[in-house]
Design a protein around this ligand. Sequence first.
Ligand SMILES: [Zn+2]
Length: 380
Amino acid sequence: MLDVTTLTQALITRPSVTPADAGAMDTVETILTDLGFTCTRLAFGEIENLYARRGTASPNLCFAGHTDVVPVGVRTLWKYDPFGAEIHDGQVIGRGAVDMKGAIAAWIAAVSRFPDQAGSLSFLITGDEEGVATDGTVRVVDWLKQTGEVIDHCIVGEPSSSTQLGDMIKVGRRGSINATFTVTGKQGHVAYPQRALNPLPVLVDLLAELKARTLDDGYASFPPSNLEITTIDTGNTATNVIPQAARARVNIRFNPTHTGVALSQWFDTVARDMAERSGAAIEVQSSISGEAFLTEAGPFVDLIADVIQTQFGLDTDRSTTGGTSDARFIRNLCPVVEFGLVGQTMHQINECVAVADLDALTDAYSALIEAYFSKFGSAS
Ligand SMILES: [Zn+2]
């Protein structure tokens, strides 16, 4: 049986600030190999990834996580070495303690309590979650599909808990799309508007039309989708000039009522109609940061909630709040739920995790593995 705190410290002392790996993935691979896992290293671009599996039978319960961490920020503000993994007042201090080397260590320590399982256990570990995330989980998911590797359920070890361990799990996330609208008219003298085409009223009308639409009234546990205008610019310094062009940006956080592609098409349609009506040229550039997803209520989510109830005596909040995570890529494969440490200090100066929380999360993960295979496991 492995000690979760020692393992967390071993990972924190590898300064794996994205895209650097600094030996973090080797550390994980060596331990998993010792525990009987078959490890496949997947390097894409400058990023290290790892898929590891123990067992060949189904179901395959996967743990997904990232070994990369965000930069330390202002080093002199840290009370202790951000890569020293020192323990003070019952806390392991260092970058990645809660986000999310501690959770990786907890799942590995939990796995080490079982010599085998009635199915398979696997790990999908990436070194590119905190960065642009183009050579990480998204590529590994493609690889899994190509090789016909099946994952039945997935736990993502992101720090989902809010103020105490287990009080919140994430069962979905909103999607996000950004768009820039550039309206080009004709520059001219304000006293001779008939010789010009002012792009600003066109842009204002366009934004009003976008804003007037009620996107939806909410979806399951999600709030209504929302469009925000984030900037309107023309850069005009003169008082007597009608500007040539004007630009605005909007962002929509959307629930599973919508897809990014459909919203992007809506932007194009509104812009085309407005261009026809106004005579101005309108260019739209959309970029989808992530699609919305929801792991529907069902036996997998219930199982996790039941384990949390037993371990912590808490009725966990099945939340869809927060930013994006790699769960958005994994949801294409199977039901996925985020369940990890308390996120209070993530990305902050003096990031830390209580040793007691590491032990408690290891116990909870261990109970979860046991409950999972007794509920979904093969008869063997
Ligand atoms: Zn994270």
